[in-house]
Each structure stands twice: as structure tokens, then as C-alpha cells.
Design a binder for this molecule. Structure first.
Ligand SMILES: N=CN[C@@H](CCC(=O)O)C(=O)O
Ligand SMILES: [Fe+3]
Ligand SMILES: [Zn+2]
Length: 422
């Protein structure tokens, strides 16, 4: 079935000659069109052009198309969330209250809570329990205009549970409208069993888990939490290079809580992205720009942990391609509201409205190797489209803390209408 979106106030296409992540002033070039319609067929974007032109160039298709009237609204590419810890058991509201009473995130984790608590809950949950819970979360992502989501494992820290998380994500990729892109993160924490011998656990990740992930095709990326008291840069390097040799593209949780030369390591190992970067060094930022490493910034985490925000402005100005994501997880960022995360990026990382749109569409798509398929509205790309109930893109940020999503089209199918799942 063909679709025809007419009467939109603005169509923000993000189209460009450049088939790479956008940097510097390119990040502000979002390409806002007026007086155009969007024609979709067979799951793809056919053309974006004035309605009269579409009528003459594609008469039969336009004739047969279901018409979506976007009067007073704006049209954008479906948003891409490039960093989530999607599949997990339990919730951690008690730890949030502990933090409000003065405990820090790392204190809670070192005392056996934090990631360890979620690991216990994830180990205890059955495949079906995790699947059902995550399915509901994916519905919420869709209702916030997100059409592609990355999902990290890392709450198993043993093969059985990592496998369970990855296969839940795989099954959801098959059954849920959203596209789910998997990252293996066996090295998310040193499990309690290996507290005194983290190198042994690193060996297990490298020798036992990574080869199985690669062999079974359970993930495209391999991530590690490089942080003081978690995995050292040396351990992280070993894990990332071992994955790379097996065809898993490196990603890294870098410089989140204390500086640890994580950004530098990302550039060195040819990671597709370094994520968090709250306290990344000037030198690390310079090397990421040189290597073309994408910065996946997660302002919700800084907000929720009451930590300093990543230096997004400096990164953009330095030529680092910047993406922005939710980091949805039960500990440091329990939100699915990418719209609110966009607001935070504008208000606390010095990024402009236009840069933030680029960071949550095309650059986020590139951060998970989907830049050729989604992230912009261009003929031949997948018809992942969101229609927002605002008359211009600036109001997305101005009316903050709100979800403006009205219609979501995923692969040419309307999946959300009037804010409600169809
Ligand atoms: N920093 C490590 N991992 C997550 C938090 C995980 C958790 O607290 O459960 C993050 O990206 O912030
Ligand atoms: Fe899917
Ligand atoms: Zn994370």
C-alpha cells in the first residue's frame, strides 16, 4: 500500500550529498522543506516533492495511496536511539532514593547493588518474562517516535544469561515493528564471582563468550564499560580487539565517571563510537575527531546521576560527529523519552536545535551502522517517518518535556496514529 503525506508545515529531510556522519556545520544543515508531499511505497520513500509534481510523475501510485494529512504538523525521519540497555530484569527506584539521600552511583555498585542488582534480576527472569517486559518498552519507544533502537546485553555476566538477553532482542527484532540492533556487552561489570580476579573474567569474555556471539550471529557490536573499578583501558583494549578479530565492531563506554583515556582508546582501536564521554579529555576529543569516532552522548545519564554534562559543543566544534541517545537502563537513565533527552542536549550541552535533530537521526543511525538505510528522508531509504504535532521544528525543543509524536510510520506501515499504537 502506498502512502502520501500532504500539507505538512515542514518536512525536515536531513538529506545530503554526504553519505557519512555529519560533522561541524553540517550538523546544522537539516534541510527543511515546505510545500512538499512525501510519497511512500513498498516500505520505502519514493520521492519528496511538490504534490503537483508527484501527481504527474507517479500518477498511478498517488491515485492508489492512503493519504495522511499533516496539516499544522512537521515530518521528520523516525528517531534512532543508538544506546540502550534494553533487555533487563527489575527496576532500581530504591537506589534512586539512596542517591537522593547522598549515596553515589559507584558506591552503590561497589556495595553489590547497581548493575549487580539488575544482573541478579535478569538472571532470575525467564525468557518470556524478559520478552514481555521489553515488548512493552518497545511500544513506548515507538510512541516517542523512535523507529530503530540499539540494545546492549550485559546484565548476565554469564553465558547463559547473556545468551538469554541477546536472544530476547533477536526475537523482538523479528516480532516487533521497531528495528532492534544488538550489541554484546559481556564486559559491563566484573561479576561478584570474579571480584578478586577480573583478568580471569576478561579471559572468559574473550575465550568463551565472544566466539559464541560471533558464531551464532547474536550481535554486530562489542561494548565494554571502561571505568575506574570496572575494566581498565588495558582490559578494554583486549576485549575490543578480540571482538574486532571476530567481526564485532567495537563500541566503548568511555570516560563516564572519571577520566580514563577511554576516548583515546576508542580512536586507537577504531571503535565506531565512544559513548557517554562526560569527562573525556581535550586530547581524547581531538583523537576522536581525527579518527572519525562518533560520540554517542547521553545527557539523561548526567541529569539523572547529577553529574557534569559531556562537552557536546566542544565536540561538535572540534569535528567529532555527535549522536545523542537515551541510554535507557534501570540504573543511570530510566527513561525512554528521547524528546526530553533532546531538550537536555540543547539546554545543558550547548547544542543547537538543528544539531540535536541531526544527532538523534542520521548521526545516531551511523553510530549503529544504519546510516545507509535510515536517519534521513531520501528516495530509496526505508520509510521510517515520524509526524510531530508542532508547526515548526523549533517548537520540538521549546515546548520541552513533552512528547509531540502524533503519527509513526515504520517501513511504510502506520504503527502509531494520534499518539496511540494501531
Ligand atoms: N555505565 C554503565 N552502564 C550503564 C548503566 C547501567 C546500570 O546502571 O544498570 C550506563 O550506560 O550508564
Ligand atoms: Fe523488529
Ligand atoms: Zn550505557
Amino acid at each position: 500500500m502506498a502512502l502520501l503525506i500532504i500539507n505538512a508545515n515542514e518536512v525536515v529531510t536531513l538529506a545530503s550529498e554526504k553519505k557519512e556522519p555529519r560533522i561541524k556545520e553540517e550538523m546544522a544543515e537539516i534541510n527543511v522543506l515546505q510545500d512538499v508531499a512525501v510519497l511512500v511505497a513498498e516500505g520505502e520513500i519514493v520521492e519528496i516533492a511538490p504534490l503537483e509534481q508527484l501527481k504527474s510523475d507517479y500518477a498511478a501510485l498517488v491515485e492508489s495511496a492512503e493519504v495522511i494529512d499533516a496539516k499544522g504538523q512537521i515530518v521528520l525521519p523516525g528517531f534512532v536511539d543508538a544506546h540502550t540497555h534494553l533487555v533487563h530484569g527489575g527496576t532500581r527506584e530504591n537506589e534512586f532514593n539512596m542517591r537522593l539521600n547522598g549515596a553515589t552511583y559507584m558506591e552503590i555498585m561497589n556495595a553489590g547493588g547497581g548493575i549487580h542488582y539488575t544482573t541478579t534480576k535478569t538472571r532470575e527472569a525467564s525468557f518470556d518474562e524478559l520478552y514481555d517486559k521489553t515488548y512493552v518498552h518497545l511500544n513506548t519507544f515507538l510512541k516517542h517516535g523512535i523507529t530503530t533502537v540499539e540494545a546492549k546485553s550485559g546484565y548476565g555476566l554469564d553465558w547463559e544469561t547473556e545468551y538469554k538477553q541477546l536472544t530476547v532482542a533477536k526475537r523482538l527484532q523479528e516480532t516487533h515493528a521497531i528495528d532492534v540492533v544488538s550489541t554484546f556487552m559481556g564486559a559491563h561489570a566484573v561479576p561478584k564471582e570474579y571480584k578478586e580476579n577480573s583478568d580471569k573474567f576478561v579471559d572468559i569474555v574473550i575465550e568463551e563468550m565472544l566466539p559464541k556471539v560471533a558464531e551464532l550471529g547474536l550481535a554486530e557490536f562489542n561494548d565494554v564499560f571502561c571505568e575506574h573499578g570496572v575494566f581498565t583501558p588495558e582490559q578494554s583494549r583486549r576485549i575490543l580487539l578480540a571482538g574486532k578479530a571476530l567481526g564485532l565492531t567495537p563500541k566503548i563506554h568511555a570516560d563516564e565517571i572519571e577520566p580514563y583515556e577511554g576516548a583515546e582508546l576508542a580512536a586507537e582501536v577504531g571503535a565506531i563510537s565512544a559513548e557517554h564521554l562526560l569527562v573525556a579529555s581535550d586530547e581524547g576529543i581531538r583523537r576522536m575527531a581525527e579518527a572519525g569516532t562518533i560520540a554517542v552522548l547521553l545527557p539523561g545519564t548526567a541529569f539523572f546521576l547529577r553529574a557534569p554534562f559531556a562537552r557536546g559543543r566542544l565536540m561538535v566544534d572540534s569535528g567529532v560527529p555527535v549522536a545523542i541517545s537515551t541510554d535507557f537502563n534501570p540504573g543511570s537513565s530510566p527513561t525512554i523519552s528521547l524528546p526530553f533527552i533532546q531538550n537536555l542536549a540543547c539546554l545543558n550541552m550547548g547544542m543547537t536545535m538543528e544539531e540535536v535533530i541531526t544527532a538523534t537521526t542520521i548521526n545516531a543511525a551511523y553510530a549503529i551502522n544504519r546510516g545507509d538505510e535510515v536517519g534521513s528522508l531520501e528516495a530509496g531509504k526505508k520509510a521510517d517517518i515520524v509526524i510531530l504535532n508542532v508547526p515548526n521544528y523549533k517548537q520540538m525543543q521549546y515546548f520541552y518535556g513533552m512528547n509531540h509524536t502524533h503519527t509513526v510510520i515504520k517501513g511504510g506501515q502506520v504503527v502509531v496514529k494520534d499518539g496511540v499504537l494501531v
